[in-house]
Design a protein around this ligand. Structure first.
Ligand code: BG6
Length: 507
């Protein structure tokens, strides 16, 4: 089969290749990439001929690199500590090459090293590059790879490249990055990662909607009153203050993860489950997002940052007190948006998206709230509207789905109370879901781009996000709303729903 063929590939064993990780000494590599590779090896999903060549600035030999990677796997692999005999075999396929990514001589050394590894192992010249480095150095690396003759645009042997987020910081920079990457690679060779797409529960949105007959007839403005997507985290900056100052949570979480979740929740059914078809539908959805009138921005988007408070029983400082954060910062650690999707299915249904640091707990959840029954015959429920029917899809933790509806309370009166039907991954399948990076790395090895972001998708989502940043810049605010760490956000977020009977659902 053509290794660059788009779409779901049934035979899930990649062809022999060498994977080269740029930034192999970094946090992502230690916490996610190497443990994911180890798990793939443990589950016999790596090809017979496989090697991983890590590169970074630090001076180290293969032996020291292998030892460091073992420590990472002992700490972060799904099954810990690592199995000694398995590790022995796996670690023999790990190599390290020190180098300065700006120096053309490094790429010659890299080339020689790759040839040596191939000579020793018999692995054909298929190469998967992984850029786990800041986006500002992507163009430099890609250009040097081309000059050194390390990229082939053909099908066999093949070269592919995985690029980490953030993919640009606005529409302009995303376009430039796409242009630069595509001077060297064809689109089908580029795998822009969003680890939310690697989550089982996010992929299950496709199964829930399109493998079942009962939900899709209700999945539209006739039956749905509003949709809420919340991604809450109790953590603060954890040493990422200076990155966050530049990014803000709108860039960090919404442009990528929340928009991907929104796309899978709201897009039209694709004609099939292949990369092209799924990504076409996501792009259509992003294009249908109603632009926000600049003057009304604050009615649709609320930003805030946390002040000191208590999270999970612990006193924590405010955002402006975090290391790397300016004392007069107006960077947002909370954002809530009211969005409309201007298409036939979703006409005038509000989609509320919300994400923040220092919330009461870690939870990502999609809630589909349904309209009330057209006629209420069970009294007036003490003057309150009955709780709406709701389908909650829990992305993490306690992965599962619950359907909430009203039921008669046992007894002589016709009192209605909310109850729920539950599905939990743990109980139904009796196994932990794989780590997002395991699935995504494997898919890139297979050349399957379904769970990666296409160039037009990144640009469509940045187009929407950049209009918000442009208005914020012009507003020149000196301060933004505050919320206490450990709460569900500022009062202002409730105003997004004023004039309706909707309220935020705090999972
Ligand atoms: C990352 C963001 O992309 O996603 C982080 O940069 C965030 O700020 C993280 O904490 C959340 O990922 P997850 O998988 O823990 O929900």
């Amino acid at each position: 089969m053509n290794p660059l063929h788009e779409g779901l590939i049934q035979e899930r064993v990649p062809e022999p290749h060498v994977m080269v990780i740029f930034g192999a000494g970094g946090d992502l590599s230690k916490r996610k990439l190497i443990p994911a590779l180890y798990t793939l090896a443990r589950e016999r999903l790596l090809p017979g001929g496989f090697a991983m060549l890590g590169t970074a600035n630090r001076d180290m030999d293969d032996k020291a690199f292998r030892q460091e990677m073992k420590e990472s796997c002992d700490k972060f692999a799904r099954r810990r500590p690592v199995d000694a005999s398995l590790w022995k075999g796996f670690s023999n396929s790990l190599y390290y090459e020190q180098g300065n990514f700006g120096d053309p001589a490094f790429y010659q050394a890299l080339k020689a090293r790759l040839e040596a590894i191939r000579g020793k192992t018999g692995i054909p010249p298929n190469t998967l590059f992984y850029l786990s480095v800041p986006p500002s150095v992507f163009p430099m690396i890609v250009d040097n790879l081309r000059t050194a003759g390390l990229v082939t645009r053909g099908y066999s042997p093949w070269t592919r490249i995985i690029v980490e987020k953030p993919f640009g910081r606005d529409l302009e920079s995303a376009r430039t990055l796409n242009r630069e990457l595509k001077q060297v690679f064809r689109e089908m060779q580029i795998f822009r990662i969003d680890h939310y797409l690697g989550k089982e529960t996010v992929q299950n949105m496709l199964a829930l909607r399109f493998a079942n007959g009962i939900f899709e007839p209700l999945w539209n403005s006739r039956y749905v009153s509003n949709v809420q997507i919340t991604a809450a985290e109790p953590i603060g900056m954890e040493g990422r203050g200076s990155y966050f100052e530049e990014a803000g949570i709108l860039r960090d979480m919404v442009q990528n993860h929340l928009f991907q979740v929104l796309c899978l929740t709201a897009m039209e059914p694709p004609v099939n489950i292949e990369a092209g078809a799924v990504r076409d539908e996501k792009v259509k959805l992003l294009h249908a997002l109603r632009p926000i009138p600049p003057r009304e921005m604050d009615k649709y988007v609320v930003r805030a940052h946390y002040q000191m408070g208590r999270v999970l029983g612990e006193a924590v400082p405010g955002y402006r007190e975090e290391p790397g954060v300016a004392k007069n910062s107006i960077t947002e650690t909370f954002v809530a948006l009211k969005l409309y999707i201007d298409n036939w299915r979703w006409g005038n249904v509000p989609f509320f998206l919300r994400t923040a640091k220092r919330m009461p707990k870690k939870v990502t959840e999609i809630s589909i709230l349904f309209r009330q029954a057209p006629h209420s015959m069970f009294g007036n429920n003490g003057g309150r509207p009955p709780a709406p029917n709701m389908l909650s899809i829990r992305i993490q933790p306690d992965e599962g789905i619950s359907l909430h509806f009203g039921s008669k309370v046992p007894g002589p009166s016709m009192e209605i109370a909310p109850v729920s039907m539950e599905f939990r991954y743990g109980t139904s399948f009796g196994q932990e879901p794989p780590e997002a990076y395991e699935r995504l790395i494997l898919d890139a090895m297979l050349g399957d781009g379904t769970l990666f972001i296409r160039d037009d998708e990144t640009e469509a989502s940045w187009k929407f996000i950049s209009q918000i940043h442009e208005v914020w810049k012009k507003q020149r605010k000196k301060s933004i709303p505050l919320y206490h760490a450990g709460t569900w956000g500022p009062e202002e977020a409730n105003k997004l729903m004023s004039g309706t009977d909707m309220t935020w659902r705090n999972p």
